[in-house]
Design a protein around this ligand. Structure first.
Ligand SMILES: Nc1ncnc2c1ncn2[C@@H]1O[C@H](COP(=O)(O)OP(=O)(O)OP(=O)(O)O)[C@@H](O)[C@H]1O
Length: 260
C-alpha cells in the first residue's frame, strides 16, 4: 500500500534521511523506532506532503506522492496525528470531531446561508458520523465536555477519533503513547488493534514505548542517523546487536525501558 523508495532529505547541510526504503502492506501494523533526531518524523512529513523529498519517492496505492500538497494527500486517504496533541481545547469533544468531519462536507457556502436541504442533510450526516466515532472510542459520555478538561489519555483518544473522521486508509501515529500512564497505554494498544482489525485501517506508528511497539507491531523499522539499520519482527529486532547498540541498550533486554 505504501512504498518508500530510496528516500533522502537534506536540510541545508544536514542529511536527515539517507536512502530510506520502507514497505507497509495493506492492513499492516508497522512501527518506526530509533533515537531522537533519527529522522522518524521527517518521514511522516514527507509522506503527508509537508516536506518535499531531496530524492526518492513515496508511493501510495500506486500513486507518487512526492509533489502532492498535504490536502491532496489527505484526500487520497492518509491522515496523521502529531507528537504534541493538537485539539481545539476550548471546544467540546463533539465539536472537535464535527469540525474534522466537515472536511467531507458536500454543501456550498450558499446552502449553509439559506439553510437549504443539502445543508440540513449534510449537518445530520456529520452529527451521526461524529457520534458513531465517539461511541466506538468510548467518548460519547464526554461529548459536551471541553477537550482541555479531559484526562490526558482521553485527549489522545480524541485526537485519534478526529483523525478517523476523514475515513483514512492509512493512519500515521506520531508517538501516540507519549505522556501516558501504563493503564492508558494498555487502553491505547487495544484501540490501535481495533483500528486495524475492526476498521481495516493500515497503521504506521512512531513510538518510544517499547512495550507498545513490541506488543502490537508485526513489523518494525529501526532508524539511526537517517538510515534504516534494521527491519523485522519484534523478536528479531529486540535481539539485533545493531539495534541494541544504537537504541535499545542492554538495559532493555534485562527488562528496563528505553530512555529516549
Ligand atoms: N524543518 C527542519 N529544518 C531543519 N532541520 C530539520 C527540520 N526537520 C527536521 N530536521 C532535522 O532532521 C533530523 C531528524 O529530525 P526528526 O524530527 O525527523 O527526528 P525524529 O527521529 O522524529 O526525532 P524525535 O524522536 O526526537 O521526534 C534532526 O537532525 C532534525 O534537527
Amino acid at each position: 500500500m505504501l512504498e518508500i523508495k530510496h528516500l533522502s532529505k537534506n536540510f541545508g547541510g544536514i542529511e536527515a534521511l539517507k536512502d530510506v526504503n520502507i514497505n507497509v502492506e495493506r492492513n499492516g501494523l508497522v512501527g518506526l523506532i530509533g533515537p531522537n533526531g533519527a529522522g522518524k518524523t521527517t518521514i511522516f512529513n514527507l509522506i503527508t506532503g509537508e516536506y518535499v523529498p531531496t530524492s526518492g519517492s513515496v508511493i501510495f496505492d500506486g500513486k507518487e506522492l512526492a509533489n502532492h500538497h498535504p490536502y491532496q494527500v489527505a484526500a487520497l486517504g492518509i491522515t496523521r496525528t502529531f507528537q504534541n496533541i493538537r485539539l481545539f481545547s476550548d471546544l467540546s469533544v463533539l465539536d472537535n470531531v464535527r469540525i474534522a468531519c466537515h472536511l467531507h462536507v458536500k454543501y456550498s457556502v450558499f446552502d449553509s446561508i439559506i439553510h437549504g436541504r443539502r445543508f440540513v442533510e449534510g449537518e445530520k450526516e456529520i452529527y451521526d458520523r461524529s457520534m458513531e466515532l465517539l461511541k466506538i472510542f468510548k467518548l460519547e459520555n464526554k461529548r459536551d465536555e471541553l477537550a482541555k478538561n479531559l484526562p490526558y489519555g482521553e485527549q489522545r483518544r480524541l485526537e485519534i477519533t478526529r483523525a478517523l473522521a476523514t475515513n483514512p486508509k492509512l493512519l500515521l501515529l506520531d508517538e501516540p503513547a507519549a505522556g501516558m500512564n501504563p493503564q492508558e497505554t494498555e487502553d491505547l494498544m487495544e484501540t490501535i488493534r481495533f483500528l486495524r482489525d475492526g476498521m481495516n485501517i493500515t497503521i504506521l506508528l512512531i513510538e518510544h514505548d517499547m512495550h507498545l511497539v513490541m506488543g502490537i507491531c508485526e513489523k518494525i523499522y529501526v532508524l539511526d542517523f537517517g538510515k534504516v539499520i534494521a527491519e523485522g519482527d519484534p523478536t528479531s529486532i529486540q535481539h539485533d546487536p545493531k539495534v541494541i547498540e544504537a537504541y535499545l541498550g542492554t538495559a532493555y533486554l534485562e527488562g528496563g525501558k528505553v530512555n529516549a
